[in-house]
Design a protein around this ligand. Structure first.
Ligand code: ZN
Length: 257
């Protein structure tokens, strides 16, 4: 938060891109590089990080200088080190924003923040998705039409295992008949998380103007309003620090003056 610009770190596991050249044709520079290019704006400082980097590119120093972390992962969620997830979680509690895209619903950090499995129904046949904005007053949906369509997407269907306090901003309908809570937000500590569904690696969804607008809106809304250590949970003194005679009184229910 050293500058007035929003410091954005776009994280990608960057695995599909290395085995399927067609994905690099669809998303030159891989998903992280493509999004960095498309989101480029004078009010944003954008950097990228990937799984294979030391500490996945998410060192303490990087996270201290990240206002908003964008996450794309799919097949390597379990390769993300728990100590890095701990670090991300603490920064969210202290105010950092997190935007989880598409298959990030099974990432460790998503499941921790939601306190749920993140599971859902899915089908990959390239069917039509229609996204309905159900909260047009929210900054994340600003400037979007009442609904918009993506001609080819992977289907995600309900029930979607997410936090009970999710504030839903968009609902999706799929050609096969399913519906899905495709954009929502939760607050954890001082930080906010937004989940946004589109973005399967073999479909061109990140080229879509409304998808990019949603991501751009979310990045700006997720900017911390306050970035300071969240009060730590009080740790009660252990029994060892209470003199035995005091403990005896407590156990006996005797009120002393
Ligand atoms: Zn997918």
């Amino acid at each position: 938060m050293s500058s007035e610009k929003i410091n954005v770190t776009i994280w990608n596991e960057n695995i599909h891109e290395q085995s399927k050249p067609k994905i690099l044709e669809l998303y030159p520079g891989a998903i992280h590089g493509f999004l960095a290019d498309k989101l480029g704006s004078p009010d944003l400082n954008i950097r990228t990080a990937t799984l294979e980097q030391p500490e996945h590119g998410l060192t303490e120093e990087v996270l201290q200088n990240t206002d908003v972390l964008v996450w794309w992962g799919h097949i390597a969620h379990n390769q993300v080190a728990d100590e890095v997830v701990d670090r991300i979680q603490q920064h969210i509690w202290d105010g950092m924003g997190l935007l989880c895209l598409h298959s990030a619903h099974m990432s460790k950090i998503f499941r921790r923040l939601n306190g749920t499995s993140g599971k859902l129904h899915w089908r990959e046949v390239g069917e039509k998705e229609r996204l309905w904005v159900i909260d047009p007053s929210h900054p994340v949906t600003a400037g979007l039409p009442e609904h918009f369509e993506l001609p080819y997407e992977e289907m995600y269907g309900e029930p979607f295992m997410i936090a009970e306090d999710a504030k839903v901003l968009m609902m999706s309908w799929f050609e096969g008949g399913e519906v899905f809570r495709s954009c929502y937000t939760i607050q954890r500590g001082r930080g906010r998380m937004v989940y946004f569904r589109p973005g399967h690696e073999t479909f061109p969804s990140f080229h879509d103007a409304n998808v990019l607008k949603t991501i751009a809106n979310a990045v700006r809304w997720l900017k911390p309003t306050c970035r300071t250590p969240y009060p730590k949970t009080h740790i009660a003194e252990s029994f060892e620090t209470i003199a035995p005679k005091d403990f005896e009184h407590i156990k006996a229910g005797v009120i002393r003056d």
